[in-house]
Design a protein around this ligand. Structure first.
Ligand SMILES: [Fe+2]
Length: 240
């Protein structure tokens, strides 16, 4: 099975379109989006429309969760709070209903894959670290763990002590269990502004981490024109 893995698209249509354009000649059995499809960017409706069109398997991120439960808005810093309120105002009713139906996990039983936004133990809010990853790899009955949320791509094999942080690389995993943090598609924070995604092939047993350029100028212009916080436009250029 061949999967395209996306995470943290954050309403960045230009970044997501660049990924689909780059991978258009591949045929994927599944497209998975590991949460935070919305907020920060100016195109939540268009991003959700494209994910629906691609029949992507999308899950809940903390940004979708807080959109549904705004009484928890104070978990966010002030810029993220403004973005959440903007999304709420601009999201179509139909797309709000789509968010309300998102599952908290992606599970592929046949290939023993678990995908979550945060961590296998706290799928929505918790940030993964090496200790939590080691525990999940040891105690949970999956072979491949997929996470997002940190916006920092990397991986850790069973019985390894630390994450390996990476940008572009292909790794093979053979029989070893592995946990992957999928790069952010729409708001990279590893000082590399290029959009990121992964390709997972469970037959050939490899995972490819990819980074490609996209039209940052256009995405940032839309953020500014929408009246969203300036910082959310600026950070796209430096990837922080
Ligand atoms: Fe995120």
């Amino acid at each position: 099975m061949k999967l395209l893995l996306l995470s943290d698209i954050h309403a960045n249509l230009e970044a997501m379109e660049a990924v689909f354009s780059k991978t258009k000649n591949y045929s994927f059995d599944k497209i998975v989006s590991l949460g935070d499809q919305i907020d920060y960017g100016a195109n939540p409706n268009e991003v959700i429309a494209l994910l629906k069109e691609k029949k992507a398997h999308c899950i809940l991120g903390n940004h979708e969760y807080i959109l549904m439960y705004p009484e928890q808005l104070n978990w966010f810093n002030s810029s993220a709070q403004k973005c959440s309120l903007w999304t709420k105002e601009n999201l179509s009713k139909e797309n709000m209903q789509w968010i309300e139906k998102l599952p908290g996990k992606f599970i592929d039983k046949e290939n023993k894959i678990l995908g979550v936004h945060g961590t296998p133990f706290n799928p929505i809010f918790e940030y993964i670290d090496a200790g939590i990853a080691r525990l999940a790899l040891k105690e949970m009955n999956y072979r491949i763990f997929l996470t997002g949320h940190s916006h920092l791509p990397g991986y850790i094999f069973e019985e390894e002590k630390q994450f390996t942080c990476i940008k572009k690389k292909e790794i093979t995993y053979d029989e070893k269990k592995i946990l992957i943090t999928v790069p952010s598609c729409g708001q990279p924070r590893d000082e590399d502004p290029r959009t990121g995604y992964c390709v997972l092939d469970t037959d050939e047993k490899f995972i490819k981490f990819e980074r490609i350029s996209y039209d940052i100028e256009k995405a940032a212009k839309k953020i500014r024109e929408a009246g969203l916080p300036e910082i959310e436009a600026e950070r796209l250029f430096s990837g922080f």
